[in-house]
Every structure is written in structure tokens, then in C-alpha cells.
Design a binder for this molecule. Sequence first.
Ligand code: FDA
Length: 502
Amino acid sequence: GSADHTPALVIGSGYGAAVTALRLGEAGIPTLVLEMGRLWDTPGPDGKLFCTTGSPDHRSMWFRTRTEAPLAQFLWLDVVNKDISPYPGVLDRVRFDSMSVYVGRGVGGGSLVNGGMAVVPQRAYFSEMLPNVDAAAMYDRYFPLARRMLGVNTVDPVWFESTEWYRFSRVSRKHAANAGLRTVFVPNVYDFGYMQREAAGQAVRSALAGEVIYGNNHGKRSLDRTYLAAALGTGNVTVETLHRARAVRRQPDGTYVVTADRIDTTGKVVATRDIGCTRLFLGAGSLGSTELLLRARDSGALPDLSEHLGTGWGTNGNVMTARANHIWDTVGANQATMPVMGIDDWSNAANPVFAEIAPLPMGFEHWISLYLAITRNPERGTLYYDAATDAARLRWTPAQSRVSVDAARKLFDRINLRNATIYRYDLFGGNKTFADDFTYHPLGGCVLGRATDDHGRVRGAPGVYVTDGALVPGSIGVNPFLTITALAERNIERVLAEDYAR
Ligand code: FDA
């Protein structure tokens, strides 16, 4: 490769990476960001950046010939998925034996495809999961900072009560209340002012046009508009796209070299670059950062990495389920794609569950209430390096998912009982009532205080840091990106103060 060198190299451009790049750039440190996905700034032939959920095309998924949407079926028919041509699309489904992991690909990572819910975890549970982190500093300083930087806002409660676009949430709230369960408004990074203008016909529809998992063309404050825009604004940060980091090695002088493959839009490797760096910040997400370190350890490049690497991985207890409502309980043909409400039963010590009331915007009345439940699942999987495929694999069994299902079932059985309703059997394949074979919230693999020190410094590789969801030990009880962002803020502040001090 060439003799490129950068003082700071950041791998990935999701939450952890974006925070880190901004703070490095602000400190005057020349920083290069490598992202395997593309930059979503050029409209396609239809004039749109992202394709719509209703008619997905090549832009939808990461090198696939057919889309793999989480809800593949309706009335047992495969009507949702479509054939597409391979392309570096924005959503990826990483398939392991008994668990699929959805992740975003592109400048902005998961922020390009996610539901935008920005939730502060319950403090006691945060401290239980991350006991070595000073919770006071997190709750007084870093969570508020992350919320401000991400542009978190809340739906106008008056509009919420009257708009057709959130009838589905109000119906689910009523059914929860009938079962004695509490619902709460959930903040989001989608601009609700913009959404109200969409509803009024004054702005191009995005959240009100079914857009979310394949990207939002408008309204969403994804990282490319917040942290990453600010990072580029420092003048010290550069982003290279379609660069997939593959290998890390240490030089005799203590600096690092990252080998990255540059791909074209057909997926072909068109160049391989060796990029030297003084410090290396991994923000490739739970799967990506863990895989890079596992490969480095087990190939002998960084043999001193911790034996904890790959452990402490979890699904955040994710499980999806759907209920069939009575004919009089219409949820509406029109549904906003941004969730704004959750059933908060986390303080129920016998069975803690936080269930997002999820939209299912099909464009017609379907009487379905959909939920993404976050359960307190103590099961943990292990990522390990498989030399034959040169990739990380996941040890996770169906029995480990059943723990999430059992917890969710207790809550939704109660809702069904009190409302005389039943589950839907036709949405998840195999007549399943609970989708327990995929997660949106991969967490762990390089757990804080185990594979790294208490600020993300990788054990056994001085000058290498983990910045992302890999630090969180498998569960946080709420949707995780606010926690990932706040932790990254906390960690890089310490690293800049201590490791960069002369
Ligand atoms: P993240 O995954 O965001 O970023 C990693 C980046 O690194 C990606 O851009 C990837 O392409 C890149 N990368 C990986 N390997 C690489 C390599 N080897 N070389 C170069 N680049 C590499 N959370 C939440 O709080 N509220 C919500 O509403 C939702 N909703 C939701 C919906 C859907 C559909 C999904 C898939 C996810 C969510 N999430 C969510 C989860 C949330 O998006 C997720 O927790 C964060 O994006 C994780 O942030 P990280 O910084 O860990 O990595």
C-alpha cells in the first residue's frame, strides 16, 4: 500500500465514531474516518436520495439480490420483499446461525435507518450494566450533551392526540391502560415540526410516506446532519467512503497500520490501502469493532488483546410481536414511521419490559398493533473469529432468545387478556407470534472495563480505542443510541485530557 499516515484514524461513522471524530477535530487533531458504506448525498434517477419502503430498489440493502425486511410477510404472503440488484445499500442484515443483526451502512451508520428514538436508560439499570461508570456525570452532563447534539425533540402532545398519523399509538396506549400498564412519550431525533408540516401538506413527506428502514429523505436529524457535519466543519476531519477496514497491525514504534479494501458500487475490491495512524478509534459497531479486534488477536497481529474480547454480547432483549385488534379499534391506514410512545413496565421487578409501540405503515387499515419489546434478558452470546471464513461468528442459541420471548409474552398475554384480543400469526414466518430471531440493538463484544479499560482503551493495544455499542454489555433496557453517544462523549473527553496531554 501507499505510505498514508494520519494522527487519528476512526473506523466507521455511526454514533461512537461520529462523536469521536468531532471531538478529535475540535482538538485540532487531523482525523481520517473510514466508512465501508457510501455517502448518501446524491439523488438517484428518481430525484431521491433513498428509495421508499414500498418500492425498494438497489439502494435499500447492502449487496443483496432480494430485500430482507424484518416483517417479510402479511397474511402469510411474501408481499413485502422485492428483487433488487446488488449495491452498497443502506441497510444490512448480518446473518448468524440463530440470530440476524440489522445494521446501517453509510456515512452516519445506524442513524440512517433507525427509528430515531432517543431514550435515557433507567439510572439504576444503567449502573447495574455499567457499574464502573460514574452515573452522576452521565446523567448530569453526558446524556444532556448527547441529547442536545443529536437534536432530540418530542412530539407536540396536543397534535399527537388529534392526528390520524398516531392513531395506532393511541389505540395501543388504550389497550395498555386497560391492562393497568403505563405508557410514556419517547423523544426522537426526527424533526416533529417538519412532520406536522408534512401532515399539513406543506412539506415533502418522509416519516408520513413510510420512510425509515431504507433511509429518510427528509426530516430526520441523522448523524451526517449533526455530529458528522460539525466534525467536517472543524476542518480537521476527512471521511473516505466505500473503505472497509480489514486488518490492524502494530508497528515497532507503537503506531498502527490499518489495511482497508476500497470497493466500488458492484462490491469489487478496486484498491487495498495501508493507512498508518498514531491512534486508532474503532467505531464500526458492536459487530464491526469486535470482528476487527478478534481477527487481529487470533491472526497474531495483536496477540495481547484481552481474552474477554467477543464476550458479553447481547440483543438488548429485543423481540417483536403483533396483536390483532377488534374491528372497531382501527389503527389507521396512515401511520407515521417514527415511534413516539412506549409501554414502560421496566420497574416491574418480576418482569421488566419496555415496549416501543411500533408503526406498521401499510397504507391500508390492518387492525394490527405492532411492538418492539426490550426485555431484561441476562443471556449473553460470544463472537469468535472463524479463520476459514475470515469473519466473526456468533455463538447464540434459540434458547437464549426464548428468555426474551417469555418476558414479552407475560406482558402481551396480559394486554390480550384484558382486551379480549389475540396475537397475529402471519407476520414473522413459521406461524410465529414472536419474532425472536433478529435484533436491531446489537451490543457488546468489547465490553467496557473488560476488553477495554473504563474509558474504552483497548487492553493489550495502547493507542487503540473502542467508541461504540461494542462497549455496552449486551443490554441497556432502552433503545441504545443515546447511551452509545453519551458514553462516547465521556470517553473521548478523558482520552483527550489524558492520552493527548504532553
Ligand atoms: P453503527 O452501527 O451506528 O455504525 C457503525 C458503522 O461502521 C456503520 O456505518 C458501518 O457501515 C461501519 N463499519 C462497520 N465495519 C466497518 C469496517 N470494517 N470498515 C469500515 N466501516 C465499517 N436505536 C435507538 O436508540 N433508537 C431507535 O429508534 C433505533 N431504531 C433502530 C432501527 C433499526 C432498523 C436499526 C437497524 C437500528 C435501530 N437502533 C435504534 C439501533 C441503533 O441504530 C444502533 O444502536 C446504533 O446505530 C449503534 O451505533 P454504533 O456507533 O455502535 O455503530
